[in-house]
Design a binder for this molecule. Structure first.
Ligand SMILES: [Zn+2]
Length: 717
């Protein structure tokens, strides 16, 4: 027994503060830096300055330990025994956290027992710390750990290039006068199939502005993404170069870009939202620059970064079910659907898909965090800011925008309104949709409604070009970086042979100055070709060789086969063949049920002839053995309350409903797309057409179709 502990049982051991700091850096900084240090997107997407990155690393290394230290110091004021108890609790908690992440990973990430095991290990460590001087000496040796972790993080990996950015190489761009102006618009997460109607043309009924854009452009329906992942796809689009696989999406790592190429010949009015390829000194946003001064200060930005890092840390240490339940998902809903999904709804093992490494799940969580940060700015607002910067100046100008639209979170509607997605399923484990077809359909429904909102913004963009007299004389390239897949049980965003038709094929439209007629060109094009195509349309030549080639040049088959590069796997070769998959499209057509406009999508399976009819006329009374409970409607910040969600309790022996219809103010409006089994019942959710809420108080009733046109009402509990 340690004589020191016996002699002064209530005193804190010597050097306890440094020991605590060291132990807490093992608990928090080490696993956090391990994940964040694999790439630097977390900082690039936030446009973090070197000072912010350094402060962040020091804060992450020291703040958790300082918090524990403060707690012990405060407890000590209540008495020496309280101080000692607090110290042992702080040691035990830190040790449990150190053990939790590796235990959870070893157990596959989903099991809960590692929490109990970690708690036992933590308690054991606290016990040993109180009794064994050797352990305390060992921790004293580790005292420099916080600074070592921070140093390795800042200087030992890719983060170094954000923490200590090299000078941006001097690049001489194109030196010409009087070039035409250019519009370079990159949308995000938009599969070509979403824009199409059954005949393979652009759906002019639902997307009139995309159709007008195509009617003024050459449309390349056989265009594919060069990379499946935004942070690598965008630099390829902005440079026309394949780039090094470990390059960061920054100006330092991409000195030769559309920005440096056109900086001498054009004014640059450019908005990147996830990358940082434009050297800041080149951007000229006119009066908008003054507004940038009002951006949040260093402390606020650092606070936001630390908050996001805390969420990433939560994903690292918590088992999957708890992380999904407790941590905010990308669309700021809380994971009400993550718990207790019935085994039948979980994705079945699939040898092709199971090949993805474990790190991809963490990478996915990290990606989502980075995108949350980038999407936090109101995205339609950003597009409107971009549109407002388009003036009629005779000075050649590059108007460039990459916006995370129609990318999730899905919250925008074709009317221009937003809704609160609380209560809708989101944030699927491992980036794969569950097997339940209704959940996949609802994601597709929300994606298409959001695409309707994007069409409205495209309309505003075209109206602005008309207004300032640029429509005819400007050149443009409009494309998306990659698509998205809505098949049940499959990966939403990672490309595999099965879903590559949904992930790789994207819209790609190009226009030369003076072009007023649409054309379609079915040759194989990839997003790497965007910049060469824009240069060709402008009548300019690149000062340096590019890997892509102009889609407008009319060249024959490519020298090397076209492929989509992937983050965790070898590239998928696509060749010159057009997409044969129409799975998203078929799903969409079924959901729209041949109805005009958005009415079929809103009805979501409710027979169209019943939409808007009084439910009570068909009532066969109340359903026996069922009661429902609705989530309270949520409509904060001017958002429209269109989500109906809740649960139905099912008495033993009563059949589980397989269809559920929603009536608002007595009239039938929609079918619930998600009906998920829960203990003693089901959880359901639906979107109901905005128009249905405008006429009355918005009283919601649930009805179950029972055949022969009869309905039974589900009473409230
Ligand atoms: Zn993307």
């Amino acid at each position: 027994v340690d004589p020191d502990a016996r002699a002064t049982p209530a005193e804190l051991p010597r050097g306890w503060a440094l020991q605590l700091l060291a132990l807490w850096s093992f608990a928090v900084a080490q696993p956090l830096f391990d994940v964040l240090g694999r790439g630097a997107t977390f900082f690039v997407a936030r446009r973090a300055t070197p000072a912010e990155v350094w402060l962040f690393a020091l804060a992450a290394a020291l703040v958790p330990g300082l918090g524990a230290l403060l707690a012990v110091a405060l407890a000590r004021r209540a008495g020496p025994r309280a101080g000692r108890a607090a110290l042992l609790a702080a040691v035990g908690l830190a040790a449990a956290l150190v053990a939790q992440a590796p235990l959870s990973r070893a157990a596959g990430g989903e099991a809960l027992w590692p929490l109990a095991a970690a708690a036992v290990l933590g308690a054991g460590t606290a016990w040993a710390y109180a009794r064994a001087a050797g352990l305390r000496s060992f921790l004293a040796i580790l005292a420099p750990a916080p600074l070592v972790f921070a140093g390795l993080f800042l200087l030992g990996g890719p983060v170094r290039r954000v923490a200590l950015p090299g000078a941006v190489g001097d690049v001489t761009g194109i030196q010409v006068e009087d070039a035409p102006s250019a519009l370079f618009l990159v949308l995000d997460e938009l599969p070509l199939q979403s824009l199409l109607s059954a005949d393979g043309a652009i759906d002019a009924g639902r997307f009139p502005s995309f159709a007008r854009l195509a009617a003024l452009s050459t449309w390349f329906p056989n265009a594919t993404a060069s990379h499946e992942s935004t942070e690598l796809a965008l630099p390829m689009i902005l440079t026309g170069l394949r780039g090094a696989p470990d390059a960061l999406p920054t100006a330092a790592d991409h000195p030769r870009s559309v920005f440096t190429m056109l900086a001498s010949s054009h004014r640059l009015r450019t908005w990147e939202t996830f990358t940082n390829v434009c050297p800041p000194e080149l951007d000229d946003r006119g009066e908008l620059d003054a507004r940038e001064l009002e951006e949040p200060g260093l402390a606020a930005r650092l606070g936001a970064t630390l908050r996001d890092a805390a969420v990433v840390y939560g994903h690292v240490v918590l088992p999957g079910p708890l992380a999904r339940r407790l941590l905010p998902a990308i669309d700021n809903t809380w994971g009400a659907f993550g718990d207790a999904a019935a085994p039948a709804q979980q994705a079945a093992p699939d040898p092709e898909l199971e090949a993805t490494p474990v790190e991809s799940e963490q990478a996915e969580a990290l990606d989502r965090e980075a995108k949350t940060a980038a999407a936090r700015t109101a995205r339609p607002e950003l597009v409107r800011e971009f549109i407002a910067a388009i003036d009629g100046s005779a000075e050649p100008t590059l108007y460039l925008l990459h916006v995370l639209l129609p990318h999730g979170p899905f919250v925008h509607l074709p009317s221009g309104a937003d809704y609160d997605p609380f209560g809708l399923p989101s944030d699927f484990p491992g980036g794969r949709l569950p097997q339940a077809a209704g959940i996949a359909d609802q994601q597709l429904q929300r994606h298409l409604l959001q695409l309707g909102a994007v069409d409205r913004l495209i309309g505003a963009l075209l109206a602005r070009l008309d207004e300032v007299g640029l429509t005819e004389r400007i050149a443009w390239v409009v494309l998306a970086d990659h698509g998205i897949n809505f098949q049940p049980g499959e990966y939403v965003r990672q490309a595999f042979p099965r879903n590559v038709g949904e992930i790789a094929w994207v819209p790609f439209l190009a226009k030369r100055p003076g072009q007023t007629q649409g054309a379609v060109d079915a040759r194989a094009v990839e997003t790497l070709d965007a910049l060469p195509t824009l240069l060709d349309a402008l009548g300019l030549e690149s000062p340096w060789p590019l890997d892509g080639r102009s889609a407008l040049s009319g060249a024959g088959p490519r020298a090397t086969p076209r492929a989509v590069q992937r983050r965790f796997h070898e590239p998928l070769v696509l060749g010159d063949a057009p997409a044969t998959s129409r799975r998203n499209l078929e799903r969409k057509l079924a959901l729209q049920a041949g109805a005009p406009g958005w009415s079929g999508l809103w009805a979501a399976g409710l027979p169209l002839e019943l939409v808007g009819t009084p439910a009570a006329e068909r009532s066969a009374g109340d359903a026996a053995g069922l009661v429902c409970e609705l989530d309270p409607p949520r409509a904060r910040d001017g958002r429209v309350p269109i989500v109906v969600a809740g649960r139905i309790e099912i008495a033993p022996g009563t059949a589980t409903p397989t269809e559920l219809w929603i009536a608002v103010d007595g009239r039938l409006r929609a079918a619930a797309l998600t009906l998920e089994p829960r203990r003693n019942g089901i959880r359901f959710s639906a979107l109901v057409d905005e128009a249905a809420w405008s006429e009355g108080p918005g009283e919601v009733e649930l009805w179950i179709p029972r055949g022969e046109g009869r309905l039974e009402r589900v009473p409230r509990s």
